[in-house]
Ligand binder design. Structure first.
Ligand code: HEC
Length: 141
C-alpha cells in the first residue's frame, strides 16, 4: 500500500495530539512551605525594611503614597495567585524607596513572615529564595 503525504501528515498530527494530551498533563502544584525560623528572621527584616510604611501591625498607612495593609484579607488577591508572583513583586518593587535592595534570602524570609501573619502554618521545608524554585508551588492555608 502506498502512503499518501496527507496520511503521513494526519498520522503526525495524531501523534502530536497524543503526546500533548498524555505527556503534558499539568503537574499539580505542591503547597509552598516555610520554616518557623525563616518567619522569625522575616519579622526582623520586615521591622527593619517594611514596617516604616506598612506598619509594625501590617495595617499600612504609615509612609508616603498610602502604603496598603498586608494582613486581614488585604493580600488575598496575591494569595490566590502563584507564590512566585508575590515573591517577584516584593523582590523587585519593595521597599518602595529602595526596590530590590535586599538579598533574595531576606525576601524569602519576609514572604514567610507575611504568610505566617496571614493564616499559614510553618512547615519543615524552607521557602526557596529563587524565583525558579518557586515555580510549581501554590499557596495552601
Ligand atoms: C517607602 C514606603 C514603603 C516601604 C518601605 C515598603 N513599602 Fe510595600 N508598598 C508601598 C506602597 C506605597 C505600596 C503600593 C504600591 C502600588 O500600589 O503601586 C506598596 C505595596 C506593597 C505590596 C502590595 C500590596 C497590595 O495590596 O498589592 C506588598 C506585598 C508590599 N508593599 C510589601 C512590602 C515589603 C515586603 C516591604 C519591605 C521589604 C515593603 N513593602 C516596604 C510602600 C512601601
Amino acid at each position: 500500500m502506498r502512503i499518501e503525504p496527507l496520511e503521513i501528515l494526519a498520522l503526525a498530527l495524531l501523534g502530536a495530539l497524543f503526546t500533548t494530551t498524555v505527556w503534558s498533563q499539568p503537574v499539580e502544584p505542591r503547597p509552598l512551605s516555610f520554616t518557623a525560623g525563616q518567619a522569625a528572621r522575616g519579622e526582623q527584616a520586615f521591622l527593619t525594611s517594611c514596617s516604616g510604611c506598612h506598619g509594625v501591625d501590617l495595617r499600612g498607612g504609615n509612609g508616603p503614597f498610602a502604603p496598603p495593609a498586608l494582613i486581614d484579607g488585604a493580600l488575598d488577591g496575591w494569595l490566590a495567585r502563584p507564590p512566585v508572583d508575590l515573591f517577584r513583586y516584593i523582590a523587585t518593587q519593595m521597599p518602595a524607596m529602595r526596590p530590590a535592595s535586599l538579598a533574595p534570602e531576606t525576601y524569602a524570609a519576609i514572604l514567610a513572615y507575611l504568610m505566617s501573619r496571614n493564616g499559614f502554618a510553618p512547615g519543615a521545608e524552607t521557602l526557596p529564595a529563587l524565583a525558579a524554585d518557586l515555580a510549581g508551588l501554590r499557596f495552601a492555608r
